[in-house]
Design a protein around this ligand. Structure first.
Ligand code: HEC
Ligand code: HEC
Length: 201
């Protein structure tokens, strides 16, 4: 009996992994799309070694799904509209599982004094201008949550660009939450906080 099972396993690998076939299928769908389309900008593992593109590794599942829907519908505008326009709902789910499971990365902070200013904004906000502490929503380590994006380890340039876009209402898919936050930040605070979060792990 054991030998029969063993032979079945050899000649038909699917036999041994029947239970997992759905997950395997999903990750294969994702891997194919990532290799064909996404890796060019975001990297195979979502590491985005090119700082022009956001890191997706370890980003939250629900947040990724929301962003891809928003790009597909045009609610969030940018380069991604073209990339998302033909994605089906199951493909979006597969991609969100794929990237959310990848290991996270962070940056080495060079300008430590400047990052200290960012630390203050991130953990305490600015009570004189009404900036809330970022950590109250994005978590003590910028890890985010189910529906809130992880910003820890993200490229500082991307973080600063998004804050500027929220402020200018070029990015409006956030129910105005981030607009209200970003509109109170000064240029210096934007760059300091972006610097700080890029080093969080
Ligand atoms: C030509 C480069 C390029 C390609 C290819 C690309 N993206 Fe993007 N992606 C971007 C840029 C740039 C942004 C940042 C938003 C913007 O500026 O439009 C982004 C943003 C995103 C975001 C939102 C990240 C966040 O933190 O809010 C997700 C999710 C995403 N891309 C997924 C994908 C997936 C999945 C694919 C493959 C189907 C893909 N991207 C292909 C350039 C690209
Ligand atoms: C009241 C809750 C709240 C506070 C406080 C808050 N955020 Fe956010 N932030 C959000 C939500 C919600 C989103 C996701 C918007 C969306 O769905 O597109 C977001 C998105 C972002 C993004 C875009 C992430 C990405 O991957 O594209 C950045 C960057 C960001 N916040 C930075 C900050 C910083 C820096 C602070 C502090 C100065 C801050 N946030 C304070 C709720 C908050």
């Amino acid at each position: 009996m054991f030998r029969v099972l063993f032979i079945l396993f050899i000649i038909n690998p699917a036999f041994a992994s029947e239970d997992k076939s759905e997950t395997n299928n999903e990750s294969q769908i994702a891997l194919k799309i990532v290799q064909d389309k996404c890796q060019h900008c975001h990297g195979l593992e979502g590491e985005a070694s090119n700082v022009l593109y956001p890191r997706l590794a370890g980003q939250h599942y629900k947040y990724i799904i929301k962003q891809l829907h928003d790009f597909r519908s045009g609610k969030r505008k940018g380069t991604m509209n073209d990339m998302a326009k033909d994605l089906t709902d199951p493909e979006i789910i597969a991609l969100a599982s794929y990237f959310s499971a990848k290991p996270t990365l962070n940056h080495r902070i060079r300008n430590k004094e400047f990052a200290q200013v960012g630390w203050y904004i991130f953990h305490r906000g600015n009570e004189y201008s009404g900036v809330p502490a970022c950590s109250s929503c994005h978590g003590e380590n910028g890890e985010g949550s189910d529906s809130l994006p992880r910003i820890a380890g993200q490229h500082k340039r991307y973080v600063a660009d998004q804050l500027t876009e929220f402020n200018n209402r070029e990015r409006t898919n956030d129910n105005a939450i981030m607009h209200s936050v970003a509109s109170k930040l000064t240029e210096m605070e934007i760059h300091a906080v972006a610097n700080y979060v890029s080093g969080l792990k």
